[in-house]
Design a protein around this ligand. Structure first.
Ligand code: 4AD
Ligand code: MG
Length: 427
């Protein structure tokens, strides 16, 4: 019977078949040790004269790193660990000169071999956490009665400013842009379904070469009719507490493999601190950061702020002047917007961006002009303000930014299977 290593504990004393790849091997006299990985886990197998057939020793001698094999073995438990008493090995395919060896390789080399690097235990752990994180996001919103509404990837106009658009030729003389955010479509969605979310790839033609930037990243974006800014923060912190809890519960082994100190993650419990932009500016001033009040936070500013907290926190009410056209102005102070970011602690910075949307058509029309956007492209969006407009809010969380913090990584490039960055579009 074929089994996966992750299910091994259900088969103690049984004879089973495993299929996978050679992770490593070594000899100790007549006894041989084979480390096998099958994608779900890694296990040690033992070849012993008398217990393993003679031909399999010859196969063992030819095995190289990442050769694919099938083994018949008895599952044994030894000092609380599982191992395989190998009876037979069959070679499926011989791997020759696998380029990634246990020695240190530079990041560029590993990135060039990303299609193989995925097999390494560290990358494996990160991407298993990613998989759980995505599932947790979906479960959270589904569990709260949200409808998943997929947003288009080809879009006719900008959502997050015209400077970071990727243009794509669209038949004849026409063109479209790769989406920067599904938000505008979720606004239509929440007026139809009350509460919706989308999850998909988003694109930014940002010429930023930082540890936080990808040109293609995945964003989860909820949008709720009748929610104001405070409701939006309530939702974001409840969501964050849930997804972190899920990863801590289900991906303990992976976080251990990554040597992640999980204390701060365990501390991610509601309520999260909420500070206003002016308060954040005060903190930066006190920290001696050379920061121009009224401007957006740069990477360093976020890092400094995010070192002041021991759990995720909100910064709300950024200046209207630096925010997108759709942000509602604070009725108490129109120079500020009802926007909000959630920043992760330990210097990680922004992982969520969102806010309350402008629901009045006159104000929106004015903003579209001020932002030099084409009124015609937004006629459908204005309809949402013509037919039963209501206050509404939402946010977007970048999966990779969140995962980098969760796993304690230096750079987002390891958080996505095949990263796309300013200088990286292969493999
Ligand atoms: O703050 P952003 O630009 O907000 C929006 O796009 C809103 N329309 C979302 C909404 O309200 N529905 O992006 C949201 C999040 C950021 O907080 C960050 O986590 C991630 O998306 N993000 C990036 N991640 C990786 N690389 C980039 N270049 C990113 N830009 C944004
Ligand atoms: Mg943002």
């Amino acid at each position: 019977m074929h089994i996966y290593i992750e299910d091994i504990s259900n088969h103690i004393g049984k004879n089973v078949t495993l299929r996978g790849w050679v992770y490593n091997k070594r000899s100790s006299g007549k006894v041989k040790f084979l480390i096998l990985r099958d994608g779900t886990d890694i296990i040690q197998g033992i070849l012993e004269p008398g217990k393993t057939d003679a031909a399999s020793f010859d196969v063992f001698n030819t095995l190289t790193q990442e050769s694919s094999i099938q083994v018949q073995a008895e599952v044994r438990e030894f000092r609380g660990k599982y191992e395989l008493g190998i009876q037979n090995i069959q070679l499926v395919h011989q791997s020759k000169d696998y380029p990634i060896t246990p020695k240190e390789h530079g990041v560029d080399f590993l990135m060039d071999h990303r299609h193989l690097w995925l097999r390494s235990s560290r990358q494996h752990a990160i991407l298993r956490v990613r998989s759980e994180l995505i599932q947790a996001c979906n479960d959270y919103f589904m569990g709260k009665g949200f409808t998943l509404l997929d947003a288009p990837i080809f879009t006719p106009s900008a959502c997050e400013g015209t400077t970071t658009l990727f243009e794509v030729k669209y038949f004849d003389d026409d063109k479209v842009y790769l989406t920067q955010s599904g938000q505008l479509y979720m606004e239509a969605g929440c007026m139809a379904f009350g509460k919706v979310y989308c999850f998909g790839p988003t694109f930014r033609a940002e010429k930023s070469k930082t540890r936080r930037h990808l040109t293609e990243f995945w964003m989860i974006e909820p949008e709720v009719a009748f929610n104001d800014l405070d409701d939006n923060m309530d939702l974001a912190e409840d969501f964050m507490e849930y997804i972190i809890g899920r990863v801590l519960k289900n991906k303990k082994k992976e976080l251990e493999a990554l040597e992640r100190n999980t204390k701060i993650l365990e501390n991610t419990k509601k309520p999260f601190p909420r500070i206003s932009y002016p308060e954040a500016c005060e903190i930066l001033k006190k920290e001696g950061v050379d920061f121009q009040s009224g401007s957006d936070f740069g990477g360093t500013d976020e890092t400094v702020l995010a070192q002041k907290f021991d759990k995720p926190f909100f910064v709300h009410r950024f200046p209207s002047a630096i925010k997108a056209f759709y942000m509602k102005e604070d009725p108490k102070n129109p120079s500020l917007s009802l926007s909000v970011d959630m920043l992760a602690p330990e210097g990680y910075g922004e992982i969520i961006g969102g806010g309350q949307r402008e629901e009045r058509i006159e104000v929106l029309e004015q903003k579209i002009k001020e932002h030099n956007l084409n009124q015609k492209d937004f006629e459908w969006y204005f309809d949402l303000r013509r037919y039963g407009s209501v206050p509404h809010s939402g946010f977007g969380m970048g999966i990779e930014r969140c995962l980098a913090w969760l796993c304690g990584l230096q750079h987002v490039r390891e958080t996505i299977p095949f990263p796309r960055m300013l200088y990286r579009k292969t493999p």
